[in-house]
Write a protein that binds this ligand. Sequence first.
Ligand code: ATP
Ligand code: MG
Length: 415
Amino acid sequence: MSTQFRSIRGIHDGLPEEVRSFRHIEETARRVFSRYVFSEVRLPVLEPTAMFVRSIGSDTDIVAKEMYRFEDRGGDDICLRPEGTAGAVRAYLQAGLTRSGAQRWFYIGPMFRRERPQKGRLRQFQQIGAEWFGVSGPVEDVEVLAMAHAFLEELGIPELAMEINSLGCPVCRPAYRDKLVAFLDARRVSLCETCNTRIDSNPMRVLDCKVGSCQAQLADAPEMASHLCGDCQSHFDGVKSGLDALAIPYVVNPRIVRGLDYYNRTAFEIVTNKLGAQGTVLAGGRYDGLVEELGGPATPAIGFAMGMERLAMLLPDIAAGSVDVAVVAIGDSVAAYALGIADRLRRAGCHVIHCGGGAAKRQFKVADREQARFVAVLGEDEMQQGLMQVKDMQSGSQQALGIDAAIAAIRQERS
Ligand code: ATP
Ligand code: MG
């Protein structure tokens, strides 16, 4: 029978199989990121709405349509965080760290966006993100890209492509923007409705439109990467030569613009062709203006975030932990002895299930279903002698062993 309640659409339960993948991904991230000396932070899920409006930009999809935003009982306008960067900047400022040298942070946790649910697109999803405050690059840009690359390589996800671009800076972007607007203006009738509004609000995002007929119109659109000022050009060259030096494969994709307003210079995505339309597993870039925008001193920064569900879909399933020993207790009089044996086996590091006592036949069934490697059978005689009958479920052989000998035999099979 199923429950009368269901989870909210686009929000799903992390059941054991998926959580095994998540844990593997998280452990890999912690291991790889620690080699780059990034520290984990745990930041709130609830944040003031105004912070996202200010940082992400009010005419982005996230702010305009996707935030879970509400007034709480005290009348505060708050929302469930749709991304991690703004909150990280807030925390960095609130803790007064702007004069403490560069800060390298990473976080793992849920984000919320009220999007149309589909494969690889959920309303509550998990991100692993990294932010590095106080560094202007390009060496740090290369390091961040190398860290993302090392992480995905260590996870063993094949056929991922790194795409990079430069979004320029307040010096070179305005002139480029004018040129782009002129180009787009001449094609208004052939562009979709969303593109038409974006020509006025955020013209670079038109380049990112997923509509096929729009993309056809944009083939000859001017590209930011060919309109960079001297500083942005040498920054971009520095990023590229660093990646070359590390033999990290990449392509320059002039269509990467990122959905958020706060990016400048380096922007990047790591994409797969195995997830259909939702092919971006990792995305990020430099956001040198955001710390100041949120009230701090001018502080350059760079970061990225990746979607764990999308990564998990690209990984093979991970088997459940195996059971070393199933404890079968024959007769009520051995109940305490059996609990004690299970306890001692666990203290020795063995993975143990207790089959619950009662009818022997049912207990053996449990041991069988859980595919226990050994079954420890405890009856009145074994209890008197301080022993257990250890049955090897692979060979079928059985021997009476004391606790230490049993532990040794089980350990031998584990290694
Ligand atoms: P998309 O292009 O898929 O809309 P985005 O540009 O909105 O992505 P970011 O805000 O940069 O994504 O988030 C970084 C990563 O988080 C994405 O590359 C993706 O892996 C993951 N992600 C974003 N939105 C979702 C979602 N609704 N469900 C699952 N994963 C998501
Ligand atoms: Mg999106």
